[in-house]
Design a protein around this ligand. Sequence first.
Ligand code: GAR
Length: 187
Amino acid sequence: MVKKKACIFISGSGTNLRSIIKNTRDYNFPINIKLIISNKKNAKGIGYAKKYSIPYKIISNKKQEFEQSAIKYVNSKKIELICLAGFMRILSKNFIRNYKGKILNIHPSLLPKFKGLDTFRRVLKSKEKFTGCTVHFVDEKLDNGKIVLKKRISIDKSFNEKKLKRNVQVEEYKAYSEAIRKIYRSS
Ligand code: GAR
């Protein structure tokens, strides 16, 4: 099996990155992570790049510089899939058009509900009975592209934001890799 070359974009703790890295050890997993890009120099997730000896780049968060450099690195490694994993900046329309159908994102809600930031707080406030996470292709609108899969959890009355986040993220770790397997199974 020829694995696709992937790049993971992160901004923070990188726990989704960690779960994808673990899955790439499976012989049948369809991608290899060739590059990790962080727009934050102190992102904890960079530690996983180091730990697993995966090439990484930290790129200035200034919009123009970030995208120009990211495009250069992504193209030089012939990346076929970009996975946004807790990547907390909005990519330009131009960038997204450049990699149309090749960018995935994970969002901590059942899209189209609760697009945008501060998701867990808003979900709790809304008194929903269920929430979850969604893996989707990125298009030019925020948290909007074609959905690959969702995973659902029930919200217990006792949940605070921290507990909700922990429960949703357990599902995220399964969802991202399942979505990656799914898109290459059906292509
Ligand atoms: C994840 O819960 C992800 O769904 C969320 O950030 C967290 C990153 O955690 N992403 C968004 O809110 C994007 N709008 P991680 O860095 O530990 O993977």
